[in-house]
Design a protein. Structure first.
Length: 94
């Protein structure tokens, strides 16, 4: 048996972490990701995967102070409904 085991998260040598997850998206969002991958590929002068396009998009839209903080330094106000809805939209529109 040659099954591939994927860990949900692992550390990378550059100090970042890689997460594995499954996301269900409407075809329109997949098409936008394809357009983003095309723009990124033209900019980088090489083929780009949808994974790279998503990573690039998330990095380019995150706030500048998005680093994790120790437990004692958490913000006082926490959203009552945290989750996927707090992630940036790929298209930039609601």
């Amino acid at each position: 048996m040659n099954e591939r085991v994927t860990l949900p998260m692992h550390a990378l040598p550059d100090g970042e972490a890689e997460l594995s997850l499954v996301v269900r998206l409407p075809w329109e969002d997949v098409a936008r990701l394809g357009q983003e991958a095309g723009r990124l590929a033209a900019q980088m002068q090489r083929p780009v995967t949808l994974d790279e396009a998503v990573s690039n998009r998330l990095r380019s839209t995150r706030p500048s102070a998005a680093h994790a903080k120790p437990a004692g330094e958490q913000p006082a106000a926490v959203s009552s409904a945290p989750g996927v809805t707090s992630l940036p939209r790929i298209s930039g529109t609601a």
